[in-house]
Write a new protein. Structure first.
Lengths: 188, 326
């Protein structure tokens, strides 16, 4: 296990930032490990969720924001449901992802690319266009043939549309995106 | 006239890869006297991707829809998709519990949301508002070959403060709904295990490993099909079942039905009407034996009659053998 020099590396501002943005108090965690025991993704994580909580208590900003764990979390809410200290752990993971995205420290590029393709589709059409999301993901991620094998199965059953359907008020949805990015710029 | 009325937010999946969920639900709700009205020009809820960007932004995308529903003056909003449900409820609860959050969200919207919409899953109103007795009354057909593993997925009942429905660890609503329409339900230990959710595209192997576990457990508990209430669970288990088999070296051939399709079959709708042909793993072999309740009863009685003389004969035979040995 890594040794951390706490005198030098604790980022107190980061702890406060996560507290404020998530509305949760990470100091309540007493490391029982219940969250990790129930986490379906723990085998894929570089740091199990209970260790992310410990790293957070120790203000280890860079380690956390560079971790794969925060992106591989699917917000299944098992940790939140089972935490004996009633910490909304999934909300903390969510907040960490948001901060990582903001600081441009995304360790799992493909996941972010997929999410961005989804949001772009929504911004353009008001509702999501499944085929468009997959094509955009495949192009942007460079994994050109992702799920190509599933194509015939969904096509012959008419489960996927070939053209997007725009809602009437799609500019209203676009405006939510615009107002948000203007606000984000104002706040740096 | 319909006994109950709700606003109905279908969600994007129900217009595409999960069309059969929407189609079957509409028929079942009609049978149950529930009328639904779609909010005009609803938009995507933002789902998982939005809440990796910002909490206020994510809530705003959901709240645009809540603001539309608020104007409809309906008692509550129902949605078939657990992801839409969680997002809509989180936005609503966040806004009514925190005035400054509410203002921040409304600042992003053309029309503000006041906080007056209660959202529930369609499963919840079927279970709580319509009720099991009424569900059973409408049954016209028996499905003797179905043995169902009820799979709720992770967020339909979790976390309890948001979901406010059923039990977060051992939910029973879907079990009871399926039992109420006369179909056998298995004791399924992985009811709330996660299927891998939205990672199907960017992290396929991870999802395949997780669904492998769910499918194995379904098989081990004696089920021959899985019932779902989530378009993403259905996609990961059904559409990706072939991938699971090739990645994990398994040979699953387990149909993944929406609970509403099972209800629809028990209510006499044809497989075509319930869009069963959209399932990737066909359920035909399990539903071929479906019979009208009356015919099934007669067939059972005939079976009993056929057995009776046999048992008598067997009894006499036994007697003779005992006599012989004596």
């Amino acid at each position: 296990m890594d040794t951390i020099n706490l005198t030098k590396s604790v980022d107190w501002d980061f702890i406060e930032q996560v507290k404020k943005e998530s509305g949760q108090n990470p100091s309540l965690c007493y490391q029982c490990g219940n969250c990790t025991a129930g986490c379906p993704f723990t085998h894929f994580f570089d740091y199990p969720v209970s260790q992310v909580m410990r790293l957070l208590q120790a203000g280890q900003k860079d380690t956390i924001l560079n971790s794969k764990a925060i992106w591989l979390c699917a917000t299944c809410e098992t940790c939140t449901t089972r935490c004996p200290c009633e910490i909304d752990v999934a909300n903390i993971m969510d907040t960490l992802r948001i901060i990582a995205r903001r600081e441009n420290m995304v360790s799992e590029k493909d996941i972010k690319t997929f999410y961005d393709s989804f949001l772009n589709s929504m911004k353009q059409h008001g509702r999501i266009f499944e085929m468009g999301i997959l094509l955009s993901y495949n192009l942007k991620s460079g994994h050109l043939f992702t799920d190509a094998g599933l194509g015939p199965k969904v096509m012959e059953r008419g489960k996927i549309h070939f053209f997007p359907k725009n809602i009437k008020g799609r500019d209203r949805v676009t405006r939510i995106f615009k107002r948000f990015s203007e606000k984000a710029k104002r706040h740096g | 006239m319909a006994e109950r009325e709700y606003a109905y937010y279908a969600g994007c999946s129900q217009e595409g890869t999960a069309k059969e969920y929407d189609t079957s639900l509409r028929l079942v709700l009609k049978t149950l006297g529930v009328s639904i009205k779609e909010p005009d020009d609803w938009s995507c809820c933002g789902s998982t991707p939005a809440h990796t960007v910002d909490h206020v932004f994510a809530a705003a995308l959901a709240a645009r829809n809540l603001a539309i529903v608020e104007k409809m003056d309906m008692p509550s909003l129902i949605t078939p998709c657990p992801s839409c449900l969680a997002v809509l409820k989180k936005a609503h609860l966040g806004m009514v519990q925190d005035e400054s959050f509410k203002n921040e969200v409304n600042d992003l919207l053309d029309e503000p949301y006041g906080g007056g919409v209660i959202t529930k899953s369609v499963l919840q109103i079927i279970y709580e508002d319509v009720g099991l007795e009424a569900l059973a009354e409408k049954v016209t057909h028996t499905l003797p070959d179905l043995r169902v593993a009820p799979y709720y997925g992770c967020i339909l009942t979790r976390p309890p403060e948001i979901a406010q429905f059923d039990d977060p660890e051992n939910p029973i609503s879907m079990d009871r709904v399926i039992s109420a329409v006369g179909v056998e339900v298995c004791d399924f230990a992985f009811k709330v295990e996660c299927c891998g959710a939205a990672f199907g595209v960017p992290k396929r192997e991870m999802v395949n490993k997780l669904t492998y576990k769910v499918l194995s457990m379904a098989q081990d508990c004696g089920a021959n099909c899985v019932a779902v209430a989530c378009p993403l669970c259905q996609q990961n288990l059904d559409l990706r079942q072939g991938q699971v088999n090739s990645t994990m070296g398994s040979s699953f051939n387990i149909p993944i039905l929406y609970f509403s399709q099972i209800m629809g079959l028990a209510y006499g709708y044809s497989p075509k009407e319930l869009a069963m042909d959209k399932l990737i793993v066909s359920a035909d072999r399990l539903i071929r034996s479906r019979l009208p309740v009356e015919e099934f009863r007669k067939a059972q009685e005939a079976e009993v009659k056929k057995k009776k003389p046999k048992t008598e004969k067997a009894g006499t035979k036994e007697k003779t053998t005992t006599e012989e040995t004596e």
